[in-house]
Design a protein around this ligand. Structure first.
Ligand code: PLP
Length: 420
């Protein structure tokens, strides 16, 4: 019996055997049954150069034997220093505050914005604006900045209110920060954000936070997606792909003028009042440095652009399929929105065909490792077409009248596959 409790997973119907991953290499995960599957979702947008890349594995091992961990509370270490310098040079920022998961980088951004305005003599700036359908993580602050009811509504008693800036009147003088996902909202089902949504940010006095946790590190064809939206952020949050998808590390990047407002005498208490035990863990920082080096050594951005081009052609042929409602893409972040509540059944069939992806509702995601070959990209889309052509729409009344039945008994939906 398993003692694990998995995130965002209904444990009652979880087929342990089918999804127990025991090893990985390159773009492939191997499950406990010995089945090898293509990691078509990059282990939820984290894996960049493929799993267990020897350069990153070696960097982790070397660092683990040199300095495994040392706190960043009032101390520093050369790997965290080097990574901070590297990130600043890449993102055009000046200072890096490290944390662990993406949500903790967002929490840091929230508190930084609040304390920045206090230190700057404008403590009335306490309101946060976000895009509609936003998602910034599952901790209380990050959840407050999100706008997906399913993830948030039950926890309303502890979240604070935020407004969608895309529909708001001119930004008020009480706004501390506006947070945006650049180009694409992945958790909302690969929803593309119209570029005009960013135009309103020009010249605003409130801080602009770009959440690059899903989009950073080449996913959209440039190192950071904000490079494509004409926005100059005051704060940038990164996570997920920062270590190439190997270790938990996130960071909140800021410019010098924001940082300067936190400088003063120790007993003034203007320094940033926030921190985590494993911030800037040297092993994670070494993994990140190795991952960033691979971008140059392996031409990762060019590869990402090639994957994006190849995927686009496939996506267009899927668009016309009668069971496909919509297709969306920003670089190597793709969503295929299906009709008829087919998301889970199609993802399960894809697993049987050798591709691991996780549907967001009825959106099949394709977010491949940036080391994927042409053949892997082609085979994924061929399997999608095959799966759809062997799928018969479920009786619409079953889906319409008993969605909970379909949700709890995916086999009812899978039973639609007639030709297999
Ligand atoms: C845009 C965005 N921000 C923040 C997060 C939260 O990151 P984490 O799951 O590492 O806490 C996610 C996770 O999917 C995300 O997509």
């Amino acid at each position: 019996m398993s003692h694990l409790w998995l995130p965002f997973t209904q444990m009652r119907h979880f087929d342990e055997q089918a999804r127990t991953f025991v090893r990985a290499c390159g773009t492939v995960l191997e499950d406990a049954r010995g089945r090898q599957v293509y990691d078509a979702v990059s282990s939820i947008w984290t894996t960049i150069h493929g799993h267990c890349h020897p350069r990153i594995v070696e960097a982790i091992a070397r660092q683990a034997a040199t300095l495994d961990h040392a706190t960043l509370l009032g101390a520093t270490n050369p790997v965290a220093e080097e990574l901070a310098a590297r990130l600043c040079a890449m993102a055009g920022m000046d200072r890096v505050f490290f944390a662990s998961d993406g949500a903790s980088a967002v929490e840091a951004a929230i508190k930084m914005a609040l304390q920045y305005w206090q230190n700057a003599g404008q403590p009335h700036r306490t309101r946060f604006l976000r895009l509609s359908s936003a998602y910034h993580g599952d901790t209380i602050g990050a959840m407050s900045l999100s706008d997906i009811a399913l993830f948030k509504s039950r926890f309303g008693s502890v979240t604070f209110e935020t407004q969608g800036y895309d529909s708001a009147e001119p930004l008020g003088e009480d706004v501390a920060a506006v947070i945006v996902e650049p180009l694409i909202q992945a958790a909302a089902g690969m929803r593309l954000v119209p570029k005009e949504a960013y135009a309103r940010l020009k010249g605003v006095e409130a801080l602009i936070v770009c959440d690059e946790i899903a989009t950073g590190f080449g996913r959209t064809g440039t190192m950071f997606a904000f490079e494509q939206i004409g926005v100059s952020p005051d704060i940038v949050c990164v996570g997920k792909g920062l270590t190439g998808g190997t270790m938990a590390l996130s960071a909140t990047l800021v410019g010098q003028s924001l940082y300067d407002v936190f400088l003063g005498a120790p007993d003034e208490f203007v320094h940033f009042l926030h921190g985590h035990s494993y911030a800037g863990n040297p092993i994670a920082c070494a993994a990140a440095l190795a991952s960033l080096a691979l971008f140059e050594e392996e031409g990762t951005l060019e590869r990402a652009q090639g994957i994006a081009r190849r995927s686009r052609a496939h996506l267009e042929s899927l668009r016309a399929h009668p069971l496909v409602h919509d297709v969306r893409q920003a670089g190597t972040m793709l969503g295929i929105e299906l009709r008829e509540s087919l998301g889970r059944a199609v993802a399960n069939a894809l697993y049987d065909a050798g591709h691991f992806t996780r549907p967001i509702g009825d959106v099949i995601q394709f977010v491949p490792p940036l080391s994927s070959s042409d053949e892997e990209v082609d085979t994924f889309f061929e399997s999608c077409l095959d799966t759809l052509s062997t799928t018969k729409p479920c009786h619409p009344e079953l889906v319409a009248c008993h969605p909970e039945l379909v949700a709890c008994h995916p086999e009812l939906v899978e039973g639609r596959r007639t030709k297999k």
